[in-house]
Design a protein around this ligand. Structure first.
Ligand SMILES: [Zn+2]
Length: 172
């Protein structure tokens, strides 16, 4: 191997190494930045809804298992918020009303699905029906949980004082 070729190879290696380290170093930084930015929105109602947090303090989790696709734990909710103590079950059968929300979400999602499928594949009745059914089935665990979160949010409002007080306890 001539000297020039060897030097060029070493240079290429170094460049690759530099690129690799840049990617590896840059990614967690970006991720960290994203997390920090999201945390700055913590007092917004949509933050609590999106991450299924307690509507009063925005810190405690509404569900024991954060992943809605672990179907065996989909209904598991604590009785109270672990952070601020807000009751999640104000009365027996409280979440029956969440069915209306679930119905609304399903209709809205169906409309979006049908619109998108129509745009992508053109009008085909069976494709629209079956495609929408599959997407609805896939989204079911999310609808179930979001409808409960929205329903509880109607009755429990955000409390600034509780939010500030519990912030230190749940800094994680
Ligand atoms: Zn709470």
């Amino acid at each position: 191997m001539s000297d020039v070729v060897f030097r060029r190879k070493v240079l290429l290696c170094l460049q690759n190494l530099k690129m690799f380290t840049q990617i590896v170093i840059a990614r967690p930084k970006k991720h960290f930045h994203f997390c920090r930015q999201m945390k700055s929105y913590k007092r917004r109602w949509w933050y609590a809804l999106l991450f299924m947090k307690c509507p009063k303090c925005h810190h405690g989790n509404l569900f024991n298992d954060p992943n809605p696709y672990h179907l065996e734990h989909i209904t598991d909710m604590p009785q109270r918020c672990a952070v601020c103590g807000q009751i999640y079950f104000p009365e027996v059968g409280f979440y029956w009303g969440a069915m209306y929300i679930s119905y609304g979400l399903t209709v809205l999602f169906s409309a979006i699905n049908v619109g998108l499928l129509w745009l992508l594949f053109g009008f085909n009745m069976w494709l629209l029906i079956i495609g929408n059914a599959i997407l609805l089935l896939a989204g079911m665990p999310l609808f179930y949980r979001y409808s409960r979160a929205i329903w509880l949010m109607f009755f429990v409002s955000f409390d600034q004082e509780t939010f500030e007080r519990t912030r230190k306890n749940s800094a994680s």
